[in-house]
Design a protein around this ligand. Structure first.
Ligand code: SAM
Length: 344
């Protein structure tokens, strides 16, 4: 008789064989170039890495993107309500906030259906509760920052005491950038939507900065990178962001935190003068011709003095092809640093 272990092994081998046959067939059929397939695989692995790192942190995964199906959205909102009734810790609040944002997106076009608008109202009620709980914990920190009684050392200490999966929600609440305002401008093709860099990436950036560096974050969103660089390292940092609503919020935070070494610039990255820049950070802000145009401007700066380009996400793949840049280091979070090598 076959043992359960043996039958599991056979089933697994069959699955692997089936996968290999399907993969080979797809490879033959596909007219994509090898480079294109490698890029697809890299994207797939990148997505897996993000989810995997959440799992490795011992956390439940964030709620998945709900479909437009009402039952699907309802299940997630009810789950978020149940979780929040059990405990109100930061990760639970973040989970609920993600579920609410998912519900808003999924039901965006169904507001005139009574069941959908009822569900949205329920989601908004949940969100108001999350925000109120957030305020209880974070408002005192905001007050202390204003009075200069809470500084980089306090932040690093508090961050270190958090489980890893709470570090980004905590950081974004301390910087008051956890909520994205509605966009006011249409993005062109090849301009990537906002997604904040993980705080571990920013720490790896900071570790490589010299006191007299000037860092540009190209496509800075709500300003997480320049705010942290200026606040924690005291290094000059400039955030270039096209979306006016994102820029306004980021500039307001600079004021509130009293960061005189940080500047937010509302502009298309193709139009900015980078003459004083020494470090350029790109977390996949734009692709194709826009990226080419911006890198041309950075090259002009590199002709006057050595510069570093730090990348994360898909930008790395494209930047690695540039002849005047040489890979200097790769870091555990996915950050890659390139340095300019201008040959006469
Ligand atoms: C993936 S987010 C990166 C956010 C930020 N750099 C970070 O690491 O936290 C990309 C940002 O680039 C901005 N963006 C896209 N195209 C741009 C352009 N041509 N000029 C300036 N900003 C742009 C988007 O609005 C978005 O906020």
């Amino acid at each position: 008789m076959m043992t359960p272990l043996k039958s599991k092994m056979i089933a697994l081998s069959l699955l692997i064989a089936l996968f290999l046959v399907a993969w080979t067939a797809m490879e033959r059929k596909s007219d994509k170039s090898r480079v294109g397939r490698r890029a697809d695989l890299a994207r797939f692995l990148e997505g897996g890495r993000a989810q995997g790192s959440l799992l490795a942190q011992g956390s439940a995964l964030a709620p998945g993107e709900p479909t437009g199906d009402l039952d699907d959205v309802r299940t997630q909102i009810e789950e978020a309500e149940r979780r929040l009734a059990r405990d109100t810790r930061l990760w639970t609040r973040e989970w609920a906030a993600i579920a609410v944002r998912g519900a808003r997106t999924a039901l965006r076009d169904q507001r005139d259906r009574p069941e959908a608008s009822e569900l949205l109202a329920r989601a908004e009620q949940l969100y108001a509760r999350v925000r109120a709980l957030d305020r209880v914990e974070i408002a005192p920190i905001h007050e202390q920052i204003k009075r200069k009684e809470y500084g980089p050392e306090d932040f690093r200490r508090d961050l270190g005491a958090r489980p890893p999966y709470e570090r980004d929600p905590f950081t974004e609440r301390v910087l008051a950038i956890e909520e994205s305002p509605a966009e006011e401008r249409e993005r062109e093709r090849d301009m990537v939507h906002y997604l904040a860099s993980p705080v571990e990436v920013v720490f790896e950036v900071i570790a490589q900065l010299a006191p007299d560096d000037v860092l540009y974050d190209l496509g800075s969103g709500l300003g997480k990178v320049p705010l942290l660089v200026g606040w924690l390292a005291g290094v000059r940092a400039k955030g270039v962001e096209l979306e006016p609503a994102y820029h306004r919020l980021a500039a307001e935070r600079v004021e509130q935190m009293g960061l005189d070494r940080v500047q937010m610039i509302n502009a298309d990255a193709r139009e900015v003068d980078y003459a004083d820049g020494t470090v350029f950070f790109l977390f996949d802000p734009f692709r194709g011709e826009i990226l080419d145009a911006v890198m041309k401007k950075i090259r002009a700066v590199a002709e006057t003095r050595p510069v570093k380009v730090m990348t994360n996400g898909r930008a790395t793949e494209a930047i690695a092809q540039i002849a005047w840049l040489e890979r200097a280091s790769s870091h555990p979070s996915g950050l890659t640093t390139f340095k300019s090598v201008m040959r006469p």
